[in-house]
Each structure stands twice: as C-alpha cells, then as structure tokens.
Ligand binder design. Sequence first.
Ligand SMILES: *Cc1c(COP(=O)(O)O)cnc(C)c1O
Length: 239
Amino acid sequence: MASISTQLEQVRKRVDKACTDAGREPRCVTLLAVSKTFGPQAVIEAVQAGQCDFGENYVQEGVDKIAALAAWARTQDRASPLRWHFIGALQSNKTRAVAEHFDWVHSVDRLKIAQRLSEQRPAHLAPLQVCLQVNIDGGMNKAGVAPQDVLALAQAVQGLPGLSLRGLMTIPEPAPDQAAALRVHERARGLWQALNGQLQQPLDTLSMGMSADLEVAIAAGSTCVRVGTAIFGSRSAAA
Ligand SMILES: *Cc1c(COP(=O)(O)O)cnc(C)c1O
C-alpha cells in the first residue's frame, strides 16, 4: 500500500478537483481523516503530512489516541493543536468522556445526548462543536433524527450553553449509481438550507461524503468530507 502521506495527497487532490468542478473554493471543504481502528503511529504520519482534523467512532479508542497524540505533540515543536471529531454512535453512559476530550461531535441525534454533553463539557474548554446526524434516506434501523424532527432538535440544541450547533451530518446508504448518490446529498443540502432560514444562528457545516462518494457530496454542497479508507487503507473485518 502507498504511504499515508501519498494517500493523503491523492485525497486532497480529489477534494480540490471536486471543488473546482463544482465551481467552489477548495478551502471551503474540510478534510476529516477518519483514523478509527488505526493506531497513533498512523495519525502521527498524517499529522506530519499536514493533517489537523481527525475522526473517531469508538469512545475509548478515541480517548486513548488523543492522549497518545498529546504526549507525542509535547515532544515536538508543534504550534497548531489537532482537532478531534467524534463521529460514531453515542450512548448516554459514554457522553462524559466525549465532552471532556473531543472538540466536535457529528453524531448528535437526540436531545438527551445533547443535554448530557452540554452539562458535562468542562467550563475551561470552548463549547463542544456539534452537528446533528440526520437519517436522510429513511433507513429503518439507522441512527439519526428524522428530517421532519430536525428543526425542533436544532432549536433545543441552540439553547444549550456547553454546545455550539454548527450543522448537519449524514451517512447515506450506498447508492446504486452517482446520480442516485447526488440526489440523496442534494436532499441533505436542501434540508440544511431550509433549516438555516429558520434558526437564530446560521449553520456553516454540512458533514457528508466519505472515501467512495466525496466528489458527489462536494458537488451537492458538503463542507466537510470524512475520509478513512482512502487515507489509511482498508480496516480489518472486525472493525
Ligand atoms: C468510518 C466512517 C467514515 C469513513 O469511511 P470510509 O469509507 O472509510 O472513508 C466516515 N464517516 C463515518 C460516520 C464513519 O463511521
């Protein structure tokens, strides 16, 4: 397999090209490197290649990796801190660790989780940056708030002092073709825009697109793509 820095470079080129093709500025899309199941050494390689934003799905694995990278950073002369994004399913008994260690959570899908994260966010830290996960294609057993319930949840979350609501996140089912994938992403973009017209504070983040579909997600208006496999390689079957 190619090195992580080579793969990262290729993904950045894909992101830039997708932005150009869509008539958008390359810098308007954040690349989130999804490092779940990969160890601290893989993250260090990505950091050395200029990557700052990392996504994790499992609370304990993420917390351990954040600590390992903080220890490594102390041995380096690094000016800019890393940003850690929690993107996995979140149970209420795990919210404290996420509130204490992460910078962002993309997967908030109910008020109870949001309230706990807000209460448990340490006062000396900036508010936790939050996206609401929306079940955009109506998958039966999927996480995510239903599109018709997102406005009420967004209004409630904007009232929580420990959180700063930034936008929406989606994980669509794999689509049969690019046109179908584009339609689902465009529906998410439409929901995001409609919501933006109804909220007190505007949203600036639309977190959608992964290794396989980042181009169509960017064409539809994504501001943050979450890319694992195309940067770090394929994960073991157990993951
Ligand atoms: C694992 C994961 C990703 C990355 O998926 P790849 O296909 O490996 O790029 C993105 N978002 C979420 C929520 C994930 O769980």
